[in-house]
Design a protein around this ligand. Sequence first.
Ligand code: SF4
Length: 215
Amino acid sequence: MPKESKQLKRKRMAQVIARLKKEYPTARTSLDYKNAHQLLVSTILSAQCTDKRVNMVTPSLFKKYKTVAAFAYCNANELSEDIRSTGYHNQKAKSIQGASLMIQEEYAGEVPGTMEDLLELPGVGRKTANCVLGTVFNVPSMVIDTHMVRIMNLLVFTQKKDPVKIEFEIMVLVEKKEWVILTHLIIAHGRHVCIARRPQCTDCCLSDICPSSLV
Ligand code: SF4
């Protein structure tokens, strides 16, 4: 593919977003949560795990640990057992308890609403922070998960693999107001059509503007 100017890339990206919005009009996060702290916990649990599995674990988890304080001062081994089926449970329990403790003691039990403060929480990286900022605080943010890495590469909007580098590269191609929805649209597309290892290019609404199309 000949080198595409930034202007043309922005135009093609706008087409991608418009078409995917038509395909997935209800795209949103598939994690179940009732408040910012629950979303933070769910997002930590979703690392290396499907949202479906996380949603199977969280109803009883949030029933048992009703508040930020309940997570902050819990028995870490017990918490680890409670989330075992999501994988990496010891590390996740440590992150959830550590983050909850800091939220409880330094932010009076309220999840902070800035990237800087969220990144200070133990076990919270840019992906989790962006997810919470965009979904709960309506701060323009972009979550770069495995679907975003794969599909942004297939669409040749980036040729990088590092999520943080991709985040900054894609940001300049997308209007700020579309940052949050872009992630949800790409995740939906990655689950239904542009599936890892077997993309369904013949059924893809982007096949004529995707340089990797097999059609
Ligand atoms: S055309 Fe194929 S590779 Fe490109 S986005 Fe669609 S499914 Fe993925």
